[in-house]
Design a protein around this ligand. Structure first.
Ligand SMILES: Cc1cc2nc3c(=O)[nH]c(=O)nc-3n(C[C@H](O)[C@H](O)[C@H](O)COP(=O)(O)OP(=O)(O)OC[C@H]3O[C@@H](n4cnc5c(N)ncnc54)[C@H](O)[C@@H]3O)c2cc1C
Length: 234
């Protein structure tokens, strides 16, 4: 691989009437009316957005757990997917290195820091070729793929289907769009957010790095975008 180092991300499933559904969940908490009447009567977008922002800002997060979205993701490294699967409120189905034997050179991702240096890139590619030869030798010797894969690197490309609810999506964006997050997961999560915002523009203010919602940086050192708590004096 190495030709196209960017993740491939597609939103493959989301509910219809997402905004109305979240609004209905929010409004139901404060209304004597039946939820179905609230849903059927929801037609004022500005009113819906205002209530949703108030409810989310107050931390009343169960209201956004009713929405589930699914992404098809490929051309990302195992280093990246290992970070993604740490998110415990997501569901994953990932290409197996036990059941899917690598035939010929396995696909891999080259980090941009290495890719932009021709000399280092060539060493990286040589090393991937050597790993591939060793992997193939094991497989040809009858070693099962589940054991031969032990020599495969973090750079090996993977594919997965990932589903999550809106609460987790916002949490994922807040953590992984932060410049402190590793570049590849940051790129992939940005693509997930962009795909969702393209369909649901009202979500844009929520799918941002945590500092944009907090108003300050809670990391030890700020990237400069906003000040840390210490710099702000609290
Ligand atoms: C910049 C960065 C650097 C990182 N570095 C490292 C590292 O060096 N080593 C490492 O091991 N990990 C590292 N991580 C991963 C990190 O520790 C988390 O595992 C990962 O970000 C998932 O976050 P989460 O637990 O908030 O999210 P999720 O698992 O998605 O959970 C969402 C939220 O649900 C709640 N929750 C979920 N499970 C529990 C539970 N069991 N108990 C109580 N509340 C729960 C919490 O409020 C949590 O924030 C790093 C992450 C980032 C963003």
């Amino acid at each position: 691989m190495g030709e196209n180092n960017k993740p491939v991300v597609n939103l493959i499933s989301k509910p219809e009437n997402m905004l109305k559904t979240v609004y209905t969940a929010c409004r139901t908490c404060y209304s004597a009316d039946y939820p179905i009447n609230i849903y059927n009567g929801a037609d004022d977008e500005a009113k819906m957005l205002k209530l949703i922002e108030r409810v989310i800002s107050s931390g009343h997060y169960s209201t956004i757990e009713h929405i589930q979205v699914t992404f098809a993701i490929s051309n990302v490294s195992r280093a990246c997917t290992h970070q993604l699967v740490r998110h415990r409120h997501m569901s994953f189905s990932q290409k197996s290195q036990r059941y899917v034997k690598e035939k010929g050179q396995f696909d891999y991702i080259i980090p941009p820091t290495i890719e932009r240096d021709e000399n280092l890139k060539s060493k990286f590619v040589d090393f991937m070729n050597k790993i591939s030869e060793q992997y193939q030798e094991f497989v040809e010797a009858g070693i099962p793929a589940e054991d031969a894969r032990f020599v495969l690197p973090n750079a090996a490309a993977s594919s997965l289907v990932a589903s999550l609810n809106l609460r987790e999506m916002i949490h994922l964006a807040n953590l992984r769009l932060c410049t402190r997050a590793q570049y590849e997961i940051r790129t992939m999560v940005k693509m997930m957010c962009d795909a969702l915002v393209a369909e649901e523009p009202w979500l844009k203010p929520y799918l941002v790095p945590k500092c944009e919602r907090l108003g300050f940086c809670d990391e030890d050192k700020s990237c400069g975008r906003v000040k840390t708590r210490e710099q702000l004096g609290f």
